[in-house]
Design a protein. Structure first.
Length: 147
């Protein structure tokens, strides 16, 4: 069983085995912590019953009606893919409804098909390719969910 909890400072550092699609940038966790704690951000942690952090994710509001989803997902999330995906989708739906979002966007690293499929499962569509966007000059897809 997995559950959603409000993000607490330091939760990001409990993701011990991030999925391979994430940047090798050593400052990633520091920047994600700043984003999770920002007043314009809504952040949560998904944990197992025994307290293992499976993911930290949230929505950063750019302006009225527009935001960006961000997150770090553990490899352990693959142990419960259906409940994990269901909880992520329900939470995203709640974010969008509660904050009257008409557009939510996310980036997905090019070549990581599992993550691209996960974004599609959450209702995102690829809008384009952002060339040399990442810290290691990797390409990323810009995906959006628009209603």
């Amino acid at each position: 069983m997995i559950k959603l909890y409000p993000y607490r400072e330091g939760d990001i550092h409990q993701i011990t085995e991030p999925r391979d699609c994430f940047s090798e940038d050593p400052n990633l966790y520091y920047r994600m912590e700043q984003l999770c704690m920002a007043p314009t951000s809504m952040a949560h942690t998904i944990r197992t019953d025994d307290g293992e952090a499976l993911a930290v994710f949230g929505l950063h509001k750019y302006w009225e009606g527009v935001g960006e989803v961000y997150g770090v997902i553990s490899k352990l999330s693959s142990l419960c893919p259906i409940p994990f995906a269901r909880l992520a989708r329900v939470t995203l739906n709640h974010y969008m409804k509660e904050h009257r979002m008409h557009r939510v966007q996310a980036w997905v690293r090019y070549g990581f098909d599992d993550e691209r499929r996960f974004a599609k499962l959450l209702g995102f569509e690829i809008e384009g390719l952002m060339r040399k966007f990442g810290p290691e000059k990797d390409d990323y897809y810009m995906c959006a969910r628009v209603k």
